[in-house]
Design a protein. Structure first.
Length: 223
């Protein structure tokens, strides 16, 4: 069967599996870490848990993580899977992240998407909280209305880039090569050199042409 590229996660993460994946990419919850989970699958799943299922603790840690680690997100894939997401609150969240991080132009396509009116993060009481405390500085003017103090922002809740690069092979290769499908494929081959080009492309959500070239380059150096 011919290889057919897909960008969407094969399965969204939930429950304990999501928590372990979040720990695996450097969010410091009290749970065991999943070994080297896919980064974009994890942050999208975490945003659904936080915004659609009102887990503000998880969402606060996610926002802190994104603020620190966004230079090493694969923006091409993240933008694609967010724009494919049919959950309006989740899309409003990522549009707001793109607005907040607008100096990183890789996320610009997400920033252009928003509803006609702002989406309140809190289901009830947002106007009261905003009048009392003001807005979260990160999201002022964005599609998402977030009262100040609702999302805790503590850098100590996440690993530093240096520590995460030590623990997560794909993240480390993104630091070395830049956040790309090629970096992800190189990390996969380092862990499992026998992967075929088609399987490599499938696991990294990349193109077959890129996977074929990466495998050729990897085998050249291995020789």
């Amino acid at each position: 069967m011919a290889y057919r590229r897909s960008f969407s996660p094969r399965q969204l993460l939930e429950g304990d599996g999501l928590t372990r994946a979040m720990v695996g990419i450097g969010m410091l919850f009290a749970d065991q870490a999943l070994a080297e989970p896919n980064i974009e699958d994890t942050v999208l799943s975490a945003s659904i848990e936080g915004v659609d299922r009102d887990d503000l603790r998880a969402l606060g840690v996610l926002v802190t993580w994104v603020g620190i680690h966004h230079p090493w997100l694969n923006a091409d894939r993240l933008v694609r899977i967010v724009l494919e997401c049919e959950r309006e609150r989740v899309r409003a969240f990522w549009a707001s992240v793109a607005y907040w991080l607008r100096s990183d132009r890789r996320f610009a396509r997400m920033a252009h998407w928003s509803l006609k009116q702002r989406t309140a993060l809190l289901r009830t009481g947002s106007d009261f909280q905003v009048k009392r405390r003001g807005e979260d500085n990160r999201f002022v003017g964005s599609p998402l209305l977030v009262p100040a103090g609702v999302l805790r922002d503590r850098p100590g809740d996440v690993l530093s880039p240096k520590e995460l690069a030590r623990r997560h092979r794909t993240y480390r290769w993104r630091v070395l090569m830049g956040p790309s499908y090629r970096a992800d494929m190189w990390a996969l081959l380092e862990a499992e050199p026998s992967l075929t080009a088609a399987e490599l492309a499938r696991r990294a959500y990349g193109s077959f042409a890129t996977a074929w070239q990466v495998k050729k380059d990897y085998e050249l150096l291995a020789a």
